[in-house]
Write a protein that binds this ligand. Structure first.
Ligand code: SF4
Length: 397
């Protein structure tokens, strides 16, 4: 059994009552069976509070005005106050620490949905670095259910992730081109994932091609060719208009999602109205250029953001084989968060690091903290032509 832990992990400290958006609000917290049984044994005033505060049908804490009933008026948790950290249910104890199991490998990372974790993820210079550990506590390990995975597929996926990390960190290549190359690489890998006998060979061969000297220039020429073909078919439309059309489609596509953030629906409507109706093509383009120019110094933050999504999801393809879908999710997340920043920039006149951090944790809460919303996107990525390779490359023009 091997544990791989993000380097920044141990530095996380919850902001408690100073948190700008507590995790005790906005979603139902499910209690693990062990904690639930322990809560049932508590007597006295606290026992009664627990009896009334937990819904036995769903095993979730009840909510009062969108917050957990144990979240008090001082912005703190009453259960923590009475029982200490050990008395919290597993989900509350762990959050925003997040574990993913791949057979005998467990990766442990921070979730972007917590504002403090989002700040650390985006600001950390060594983000993406892992520390490997063999657990000291054999007891904990022996009780764990190991999911069966193919070791061979996992090794191939680790290689794919490593190559994506290299492409996305290469500052010699323009930022949007790095995202486009990441998408194209994953697309090519996917073509050989299910059909070819020797997947490992293809992963090696494609890695070599995409990391070769001169690969960025070749890719750039290919993208240029695509653009010229497109301009020939719709000569009146400027190049950047394609990006706006794609992104308008993506944001509208998010409309039917389950609202995790109270203000989600309204935010999305406002963004669509302002970005794609009130602003004409030229205004949209001008704000994009100004926003990019003013935020040139945020390269690391954008890189960390895309690597966060890749590090969190890519190895999950060991279960469903959908490598391309995981990279789509990463690129989609980055571009939607960018649209949010662009909206703030255009309407409030400023959007820098703080706005990016906020847009990132809000997106993460809305999308990542709902299995329903993640599944909704996964299905869309598979079925909807808005998320085909060419359409996604156009969103990166
Ligand atoms: S969201 Fe993060 S910082 Fe805020 S209360 Fe929860 S764990 Fe603490």
């Amino acid at each position: 059994m091997k544990y791989r832990i993000q380097k920044i992990f141990d530095r996380f400290v919850c902001q408690g009552a100073d948190c700008e958006a507590t995790c005790c609000e906005g979603w139902k917290i499910e209690i693990d069976r062990e904690s639930y049984e322990a809560y049932k044994k508590i007597r006295g005033k606290l026992g009664l509070k627990l009896l009334l505060g937990i819904d036995p049908k769903t095993r979730c804490f009840r909510m009062r005005r969108r917050a957990c009933v144990f979240y008090n008026s001082h912005g703190l948790c009453d259960l923590y106050k009475e029982l200490g950290r050990d008395g919290l249910c597993q989900g509350c104890k762990d959050y925003p620490r997040h574990k993913e199991d791949y057979g005998d490998l467990q990766e442990v990372m921070l979730s972007l949905s917590c504002p403090e974790a989002a700040r650390m993820i985006l600001e950390d210079e060594s983000f993406g670095a892992w520390v490997e550990k063999i657990p000291e506590d054999k007891g904990e390990e022996s009780g764990r259910k190991l999911w069966e995975v193919s070791r061979k597929i996992l090794v191939d996926l680790e290689k794919v992730r490593e190559v994506l990390n290299q492409i996305l960190r290469d500052r010699q290549i323009p930022w949007k081109q790095r995202l486009a190359m990441g998408l194209a690489f994953a697309h090519d890998v996917q073509r050989h994932w299910d059909t070819d006998e020797d997947r490992t060979w293809w992963v090696g061969e494609l890695s070599r091609r995409y990391l070769a000297l001169g690969a960025p220039e070749r890719f750039h020429r290919k993208m240029q060719g695509l653009r010229e073909d497109k301009s020939a078919s719709s000569p009146k439309r400027p190049r950047w208009a394609e990006r706006r059309i794609r992104l308008a489609g993506w944001l509208r596509q998010m409309g039917p999602m389950e609202p995790v953030l109270e203000e989600w629906k309204q935010t999305l409507d406002e963004m669509c109205t302002v970005l794609y109706h009130e602003w004409d093509w030229d205004t949209y383009h001008r704000f994009c250029e100004e926003f990019d120019r003013e935020n040139e110094g945020l390269e690391q933050e954008w890189e960390n953001l895309v690597l966060y999504f890749l590090n969190t999801y890519l190895l999950g393809a060991v279960y469903d084989g959908d490598v391309f879908g995981k990279v789509k999710l990463a690129v989609f997340g980055v571009l939607v968060i960018r649209e949010r920043c662009l909206f703030v920039y255009g309407t409030e006149g400023k959007a820098g690091r703080e706005e990016l951090i906020k847009a990132a944790w809000q997106y993460s809460r809305q999308v990542e903290n709902s299995d329903h919303n993640l599944e909704f996107l996964e299905m869309d990525f598979l079925m909807n032509p808005l998320f085909g390779l060419h359409a996604m490359l156009e969103a990166l023009q």
